[in-house]
Design a protein around this ligand. Structure first.
Ligand code: UGA
Length: 470
């Protein structure tokens, strides 16, 4: 099928590239012309594992193209996927102005009937508004527009895998033809039948066919907000447990590991730390709160989850202050800037808030991230960007881990300890093994560990098994 993608952010670009990968002809556009120029010249505006290979392969196969001409892009597709941003407004509501612009663009530029698919995360009832805008602005076009909601559940850092091997595909539709078109678009994914799995280089493990859920448009929109808000609540719950562990003397890793073994709870999204960041969970829970308030529903559960999240950084910085007393002129290193590993995305990343605080306190800040340095430079041009974690640690009085990149685990921590002025590590993600760090002579502070000393770790007495061997 011929497909147009409006918006080349993380969702749009992955959606476009993966739809081309499964055999469709896809034209992508964005109103940021520089992004399109980058893509046209073979570059990538974002870092996402495997995406560059898929884009290059499908461009070469003439299934994927990029144009800065919005009208041409709209006219190219039988289905138009709206993948534009829905950032938060100051009151927490989702800003839907880009959705509105996309709808008006489709209405006035189309020369044939279209299936218009909402891929962006939007509040319930956006589909109704979209239908109205298309009807009003497209009244002279002679085209008919049907609207569908097709929420995306991909996670940054694993988005190509998530798109090609989803747990479920949700399509919210108002008519049979839209359902049939979406079934056709997703047929290769529903049957897991595409020639080469780009992630597993042809050795794809047994593929499980995802469920297809056909719902109303309102339900599909709600499913997305309900999922993201539930994940946010789960993370805040694990952070609440972590705080109790710190104050009352238990190890949060032991507690959440045991919780996760209960299939009714599950292990995912129980990692305590600096709280949830990124462009999805923080804004989606806010927008969901606003939606609930408008509907007259008590949303205090969601408000509390958000409140717990907002306090995570303060709690972490309180630990730093407890260890360091004052921060002025102290050299502090930060490992990790992205809001999570395997991405260069720094939107609502905890590291940025930490840097802001350290700068306000006049600390000397040195940072390293495997992918997110360029994007951070645009926000903090004056801090010290280092070539690697060893340069960050050199002469530091504290090293803070703000993103759990796997590569940080493999560092020569002995070398790091020797180069630091004071071997203090504040691990905001519980990435490292506390006992190993202590044995190497570090002062080690993590999240939710038993100690009266604000999340410090005490060596396990000899003969007492650790969790893994118990
Ligand atoms: C999230 C959802 O997980 C996706 O299903 C959804 O499609 C996407 O939003 C979206 O709406 O587009 P993403 O923002 O990529 O995906 O990242 P997550 O993996 O959900 O992580 C969000 C934040 O929570 C990160 O800052 C991460 O560090 C934090 N987190 C996650 C924890 O603090 N603890 C955990 O146990 C898990």
């Amino acid at each position: 099928m011929k497909i147009s993608i409006l918006g080349c952010g993380y969702v749009g670009l992955v959606t476009g590239a993966c739809l081309a990968e499964i055999g469709h002809t896809v034209v992508c556009t964005d109103n940021d012309e520089s992004k399109i120029r980058t893509l046209q010249s073979g570059g990538m505006p974002i870092y996402e594992p495997h995406l560059d290979q898929i884009v290059a392969r499908n461009v070469a196969a003439n299934r994927l193209s990029f144009t800065a001409n919005l009208g041409d892009a709209v006219r190219a597709g039988d289905a138009v996927f709206i993948c534009v941003g829905t950032p938060p407004l100051p009151d927490g509501d989702a800003d839907l102005s880009s959705i509105d612009s996309a709808a008006r663009l489709i209405a006035v530029e189309s020369k044939s009937s279209k299936l218009v698919v909402e891929k962006s995360t939007v509040p319930m009832q956006t589909g109704q508004k979209l239908t109205r805008v298309l009807a009003i602005y497209g009244r002279n076009s002679g085209c008919t527009f049907s609207v569908a909601s097709n929420p995306e559940f991909l996670r940054e850092g694993t988005s190509v895998h998530d798109f090609l091997h989803p747990d479920r595909i949700v399509i919210g539709v108002a008519d049979e033809q839209s359902e049939a078109q979406l079934r056709e678009i997703y047929r290769p994914i529903l049957s897991q039948d595409f020639s080469l799995c780009p992630i597993h280089d042809g050795n794809c493990p047994a593929r499980t066919a995802p469920s297809l859920l056909v719902t109303s448009i309102n339900s599909a929109e709600l499913i997305k907000h309900a999922c993201n808000s539930f994940l946010a609540v789960k993370i805040s719950y694990s952070n609440l447990i972590a705080d109790i562990c710190e104050r009352m003397g238990a190890d949060v890793n032991e507690v959440v590991n045991a919780m996760g073994l209960d299939p009714r709870i599950g292990p995912a999204f129980l990692r305590p730390g600096l709280g949830f960041g990124g462009f999805c969970l923080p804004k989606d829970i806010q927008a969901f709160i606003r939606l609930g308030e408008k509907a007259g529903v008590d949303v205090s559960l969601l408000r509390d989850a958000e409140k717990i999240n907002k306090r995570r950084i303060d709690h972490f910085l309180a630990k730093a202050a407890h260890c360091l007393w004052t921060l002025k002129d102290k050299r502090i290193g930060i490992l990790g800037l992205a809001f999570k590993p395997n991405t260069d995305d720094i939107r609502f990343a905890p590291a940025l808030e930490i840097i802001n605080h350290l700068l306000r306190e006049h600390a000397q800040v040195r940072v390293f991230d495997p992918q997110a340095m360029e994007k951070t430079k645009a926000v903090f041009p004056t801090i010290q960007y280092c070539a690697d974690p060893y340069e960050v640690a050199d002469g530091c009085e504290a090293l803070m881990i703000a993103t759990e990149w796997e590569s940080f685990k493999e560092l020569d921590w002995q070398r790091i300890r020797e180069s630091m002025l004071r071997p203090l590590v504040l691990d905001g993600r519980n990435l490292l093994n506390g006992e190993d760090m202590l044995a190497m002579g570090f002062e080690y502070q993590a999240v939710g560990l038993p100690s009266s000393d604000l999340g410090g770790i005490k060596p396990r007495p000899a003969g007492v098994p650790n969790f893994a061997s118990a």
